[in-house]
Design a protein around this ligand. Sequence first.
Ligand code: ADP
Length: 394
Amino acid sequence: MYDCSKGQLLKMNILVINCGSSSIKYQLFCMETKQALANGTAERIGSREAFIVYKKGNRSYKLESELTDYFLAIEKISELLLNPESGVIKHKDEIVAVGHRVVHGGEEFKNSVVIDKYVLKRIKFYSKLAPLHNPPAYNGIKAAMRIFPKIKQVAVFDTAFHQTMPQEAFVYGLPFDLYKKYSIRRYGFHGTSHRYVSDEAAKILKKPLDSLKLITCHLGNGCSISAVKYGSSVDTSMGFTPLEGLIMGTRCGDIDPALIGYLMREEKMTIHQMEELLNRKSGLLGISGKSNDMRDLLVLAQKGNKRAALAIDVFIYRVKKYIGAYIAVMNGVDAIVLTAGIGENVLMIKERLEQELNNVLSHKTKILLIHTDEEKLIALDTFDLINGVISSSK
Ligand code: ADP
């Protein structure tokens, strides 16, 4: 099989970068084999304890490193990839493009795009809708542009896939002027994952994607569920922010919005404290009082811990409820996909859905466990864009 790491053919690798608030996940993909040559994370960027994890094959290296900003972190990643001993490429120009995960593209970006000055400006602009996520992506892009000045940078948006949602699915029951004034509407997230597993489901089912009604459940630390009709997202559980919808590790998902004012008055909480409660102290952690990690809860429930068992039950119930809603939305379903850390690994969820929905699902409806690979889809989009296979349109 062709192996990019041996360098028979230059200029076929794509670097994928996913910048968080203090970390960067990276992967270098060989586009001939569509496999990752190396991957890892740079963590605690900006602190004295910064380090980089670099993985190649079965080997993993952890290096403490002074990473004061994104520029130094990406420069270090590039050095590791080029390292004569542990690296996977010999020359920098073996990287032909960089694909960036960007969380928010507003209503403007319905597809992935090659980044130019205008796109960069708009990514910064949409920081107002994703204040924790877009600024690091913007900084990562700026840094990558300096480190790889000759090659194209591509943005792949989490929100893009859901831009096909009809108005009835994305408009909130709020004064319509607020939508116009502040762009308040439902956007949805995890779009790259929902799109990737939809494509994979069609391959597994050996049917064209545009003939299928799918419900894709991304159940990781963050959780969301989408109704994907004939290849397009027609509804999804996350909304204006990633707080809406399913119960998550530490996020509450759907609640009665009146609770916010009530609790703030009763507990004399500030807005910041309230946001902390909803985002970081709720969900599986909040209900169990023990952990946000499903693995811990499964062990605790097994040992008889009632609150851990309740957290799992509430989690699965909410997933089931959304599946029911999306069957109604699409007037049917051909397959349900479970993906991400919880979806792919906790078989009990699949078994319970099969049992509890057996009168709703036809015998032909399959529940599939599919491994998600957002980075791979970012690499594929980047490759297609730089080769003109898809156009850089909004
Ligand atoms: P992220 O959304 O951060 O990418 P992941 O997709 O890795 O997160 O999902 C994290 C969640 O998946 C955690 O709740 C973790 O407990 C759960 N998880 C991961 N592996 C397993 C496993 N083997 N069994 C049960 N739960 C798992």
